[in-house]
Design a protein around this ligand. Sequence first.
Ligand code: FES
Ligand code: FE
Length: 465
Amino acid sequence: NTSTTLSDGTRIDDLIAPATREVQMRVLSDPELYELEMERIFGKTWLLLGHESELPNDGDFVVRDMGSDSVIVTRTKGAIAVNLNVCPHRGMRVATTDCGNTQIHKCNYHGWAFRPNGDFIGAPVEREQMHGKILCKEQLGLQKARVTLYGGLIFATWNLDGPSFEEFLGDTKWYFDILFQRSDRGLEVLGPPQRFMVRANWKTAGEQSAADGFHTLTLHRWLGEVGNYAKKDDKKEAGAANDLSPEMIGVEISSPHGHALRCIDLARKFVALTGMDSSKLTLDEKLNALPPPGVSKDMVPQLKRNLSEDQLKVLVSMPPQVGGIFPNILFAFVYIPQGDGSVLGLTLVHAYVPRGPDKLEFVNWILCERDTPPELREKMLEQSIQLFGTSGMVEQDDSDTWPHMTIAAKGAQGKKQTLKYQAMFETGAPAGWPGPGIVNEGFTKDDTQWHWWLYWHELMTAKQA
Ligand code: FES
Ligand code: FE
């Protein structure tokens, strides 16, 4: 069966060993697999393109990518449209700038023109003749993707008849709603996204986004040493490391669609950040004492309007803090202790856009609640840039690691090694856990990432239409 066999005779099935939870390392560099991924994964799943607050006015557009294809993301008559950025005449790129505002997208080559929704308007000069009479106008528009908005985030897919976005999220929607659907007016971007290239296969970043907590202890060890996690009255001697391992304990949620979440035990944070024992507090007292990252105290009533009591319980005890949406999205809702004893919440969403078998574009959106006061926005932006994204101290560690993995996967011997996901939860959900899904409690393990690979495998070996 050619659809499940590579040209050297390797079966895609054999790239994954379910019994020992291993993945052949060649998957991180193989150009043939990469081409198949563009069809079978990026041609099929829902993909993140931005946030609707980037497009406030009718006609605003940004140019983004769905896998290996450029697309135009536009606001038109209140809705968001996503169209392939390829002229149906002879294949020229239609929008050649990164962003702008227009009611007519005109191709630079022969001048065919399109409405923001992708419909064909006409060709210049001999209007009815320069596109001929063989095909009707309806057949000459830009290819249209299916679009949905979730918490203002723009997702699109080429899979017109596939699962809805809600079906795609499945059980994890219950948790994602806590982060993205919790306020009356929703989130907005703090400026355009940061974008930079990393010489690495997209899956090195993609699988880490599936809630790899373990690497923090070693790769980001300096976080404990330098002190974003250190209390201001810490009595430890200079240079002594803070123990990051309590940060690794909580609840992890896996998904049969490869999505993942790490929920952090907030009781530990409460003591560390406020000096209060949260076990004695009511739900309301907890919400007021330490509102979730990015939520000011006066927004607490909004949380109660938009979330169920069970969701609020999770939010104040074990809030989702980092995770991913398959295939290439990471989000982080993090608490940053400030020098004055307060806690700043940062909200980040990344897409790791494939740019070839050994290149990815790291796109980083910094978000805040629309109701965030201006001085807090400035602080959020400053500290997000300091810690995450292009120049961020934390994510420079990650973006230095992924290229090494990609190079290693090209070695004659390296490509025959395996990635190992054998640290398994044997716990299940904590007693009384109110949320759905595949839930496990304890020190971070490999389950969420293993589920990510299982869905990668499912899509890569699915019967092709
Ligand atoms: Fe666009 Fe000819 S290629 S008008
Ligand atoms: Fe990291």
